[in-house]
Design a binder for this molecule. Structure first.
Ligand SMILES: [Zn+2]
Length: 277
């Protein structure tokens, strides 16, 4: 016995992969390179199951990182889906249930299939309906906000920023009868002003795209996520969930690099920005 307590130095480092998915669909259904084919997604969940991972929601992760009331499992993983595509209900939910995994779905409220008078913006594909969102929530899936119209939040005026973050939170809370403390920034873009506004409005945690693991001490309004895409091969997926992200997997992901916001501003002046997260 060396008599030492669990000091910060001796405590095992907690690092949690937060995976970011979009569509679960094949090439025949979508041109998006972020869409993961159903067969690949099934293999990825099977891999997580066989490797002994336990899934947490984003809220559950925030609790576990804070030390309570959720305990951090031995091998935690967080599985998230952006935008609210209908294929989540058809392709992902049955598999998540099969393996006993939970997940978090970030819904763009203006795009909900039966948004009615609240419909806004151009839907990028077939989107979830309110019944499907409620069914997912009833199955233990966390529903988070992903803005109302999916703008680049760091590029819009303060009043519109407040509206985007408030409307989406209120619509989801009214529609589900649940608190919605989680947010994902469209395209992963945020800055200090966006994060402070999210905090002021009542979000307690928010996901960006960081392509590093989440760990204690990070800003809870800037939780990094790892992009899973159509081209993610099984060996790469294994590296990602093990945190071996220093390999050049993410070379193309420049979304959070300083200076890229300037590039985007320039591009949007020139003629539009490609759609992403
Ligand atoms: Zn998105």
């Amino acid at each position: 016995m060396n008599g030492r307590g669990a000091t910060a130095a001796s405590r095992p480092k907690v690092e949690v992969p937060i995976l970011m998915y979009h569509e679960i669909a094949g090439r025949q259904d979508t041109a998006s390179r972020l869409a993961v084919p159903p067969g690949s997604f099934a293999a990825q969940l099977r891999h997580l199951h066989e490797a002994g991972f336990t899934a947490l929601t984003v809220s559950g992760l925030a609790s576990a990182l804070a030390g309570a009331p959720v305990q951090m499992p031995t091998r935690p993983v967080v599985i998230t889906f952006d935008d609210g595509f209908a294929d989540f209900h058809r392709e992902a939910l049955p598999l998540l249930r099969h393996y006993g995994f939970t997940a978090t779905v970030f819904v763009t409220t203006g795009w909900i299939a039966d948004a009615g008078p609240h419909a806004a913006g151009r839907r990028p594909g077939r989107m979830l309906s309110w019944n499907q969102i409620r069914e997912a929530a009833a199955a233990g899936v966390e529903i988070g906000a992903h803005s109302h119209q999916h703008p680049q939040l760091d590029q819009i005026a303060p009043s519109r920023l407040r509206d985007e973050l408030t409307i989406s939170k209120e619509l989801l809370e009214d529609g589900l009868g649940l608190a919605v403390p989680s947010l994902a920034y469209p395209f992963g873009y945020s800055n200090a002003r966006v994060r402070q506004t999210a905090r002021d409005i009542g979000y307690t945690h928010a996901c960006a795209v960081g392509n590093v693991m989440a760990s204690p001490g990070r800003d809870s309004l800037a939780l990094p996520r790892l992009t899973i895409r159509r081209s993610t091969r099984p060996t790469t997926f294994d590296c990602i969930v093990r945190g071996r992200t220093e390999t050049m997997i993410f070379l193309k992901d420049r979304s959070l690099t300083k200076g890229y916001a300037l590039v985007r501003r320039t591009r949007s002046v020139i003629g539009g920005v490609s759609r992403g997260a």
